[in-house]
Design a protein around this ligand. Structure first.
Ligand code: URP
Ligand code: ZN
Ligand code: ZN
Length: 466
């Protein structure tokens, strides 16, 4: 089965050129000009005319939480609904987070997430592990997890009593990755200081959603980010900061990188487009915007865009972790600290970054591809199979119409959540055709995917260069 995508503007992290892409089975066979006429593409079983469209790699979102148990409930998307929504939005690979239960092995956490994901996922997926306890057996098990294709481990410096680890545990885990080649990913917020502030605010009767943001100041993200990088420097290992939200945290990453530490970081669309003002919406509406780190005052956004341009931020992921407003966010009606933390976003990332990044003139199309697909594939051991358009790569392809204007809304999105953080926002750009390993998942406004068709991707070790 061959497919020829002809006449589009093919964009990779390196180049942008009018060309054809020939897909044979699950892989890209050729990228070049005139393939339709020169034999290789002549007689293709299917032809897609991409004139006036960009042809780009399927998005890779390395930070999602399908069905995450959190705050007494579960994230509302499972691997079926969440990955279908991802595909609608142009994302063909996710890396989700398996969670180690207290007193359990890492293998138990991994097996539990594989059991949830494999029968349901419409798109290919990898897994990281959230590690909640560090001891000798767990450190040894990290090696085994790497052998099973899970070479990245998220540790928390926040959420005392739920996920938080102390500095000794973090340093021990980092020291292990110096030997086994794994990557430590940090949720960098000073959980101890934040907890004191939260208790103080609640005692003073400050219960509204905006207090979630006020009790998690950006200085405490900056402090934890600096500490994480200093610990990584001492251990002599790379480190990756997840969901970076603030100027202070970005400064800590930049300073580390400037003195030669292999420090890397991602940000998310919510930190580029939303702000503390959203958390402060009247009544309880701000609960829709409760995530951690919290949304920041709007003046942080320009710093984050600069970070994306200068490569102090290398990845844009979503931290997709949706909770329904009516049934789940409401758990914190009288106590902001009981609002489940997390926002929906897996469907919107591709178009939001195009619209606010490329169409608005902040970044080039090649940088867009690097941020949305190539850099995540490289860092998380998926490149060159994923993240680029080249002979031999998986045919994970988006045909993107940059001129399509639409309005983001819960009434039209496919994520299983009853609100959109971007309700009413007008955007330019639509993934018109979305293909994974040569199979069309989305075309002509129809979804053609199948639950369980997505494959678990055992990943290679961390490698920022590919
Ligand atoms: O608020 C968030 N970010 N929820 C998901 C869990 C996490 O910390 O990534
Ligand atoms: Zn986190
Ligand atoms: Zn997360």
């Amino acid at each position: 089965m061959t497919t020829l995508i002809k006449n589009g503007t093919v964009v990779t992290a390196a180049d942008m050129t009018v060309a054809d892409v020939l897909v044979d089975g699950e892989r890209i066979q050729a990228v070049g000009t005139g393939l339709a006429e020169t034999g290789t593409g002549a007689g293709a079983d299917t032809v897609i005319d991409a004139a006036g469209r960009y042809v780009m790699p399927g998005g890779i979102d390395v930070h999602t939480h399908m069905e995450l148990p959190f705050g007494g409930t579960f994230a509302s998307d499972d691997f079926a609904t969440g990955t279908a929504a991802a595909a609608w939005g142009g994302t063909t690979t996710i890396v989700d987070f398996a969670v180690q239960g207290y007193g359990e092995s890492l293998a138990q956490g991994l097996d539990a997430w594989l059991a949830k994901a494999e029968p349901k996922s419409h798109i290919d997926f990898g897994l990281h592990l959230i590690v909640r306890e560090i001891n000798e057996p767990i450190l040894r098990e990290m090696d085994t997890m790497i052998d099973r294709g899970v070479p990245s481990f998220k540790l928390f410096m926040a959420y005392p009593g739920v996920f938080m680890l102390d500095d000794a545990s973090i340093f021990r885990a980092m020291s292990r990755t110096a030997d086994n080649g794994g990557l430590i990913m940090l949720h960098a917020e000073n959980g101890g200081a934040i907890d004191v502030l939260v208790q103080r605010y609640l005692a003073e009767g400050k219960t509204a959603p905006v207090n979630h943001g006020l009790t998690r100041p950006s200085s405490m993200e900056g402090e934890a980010t600096h500490r994480a990088i200093a610990l990584a420097e001492l251990a002599g290992v790379p480190v990756y900061i997840v969901h970076l939200s603030s100027r202070e945290a970005l400064n800590a990453v930049r300073e580390g990188r400037d003195r030669g530490v292999p420090a890397y970081a991602e940000t998310c669309p919510q930190y580029l487009y939303l702000s503390l003002d959203d958390l402060a919406r009247p009544g309880f509406e701000g609960a829709k915007f409760v995530c951690s780190p919290p949304l920041r005052p709007a003046d942080h956004q320009a710093d984050l865009w600069r970070g994306l341009i200068t490569d102090d931020l290398q990845v844009v992921s979503t931290d997709h972790c949706p909770f329904d407003y009516k049934d789940q966010k409401i758990l914190g009606k009288d106590d902001f600290s009981a609002i489940p933390n997390g926002l929906p976003g897996v469907e919107d990332r591709y178009t939001l970054l195009w619209d606010g990044g490329v169409a608005a003139g902040h970044i080039t199309p090649t940088r867009f591809v690097e941020l949305i697909a190539t850099a995540p594939a490289r860092m998380f051991g998926l490149h060159p199979r994923k993240g680029t358009l080249a002979p031999g790569a998986d045919a994970d392809i988006v045909v993107f119409n940059p001129d399509a204007e639409r309005t983001l809304s819960a009434s039209t999105h496919h994520m299983r959540v009853d609100y959109s953080c971007y309700e009413g926002r007008k955007v330019r750009g639509l993934p018109e055709v979305v293909m994974q390993r040569g199979r069309v998942l989305v075309q002509d406004g129809k979804f053609l995917g199948q639950p369980g068709a997505g494959q678990f991707l055992p990943r290679g070790r961390f490698s920022p260069g590919g």
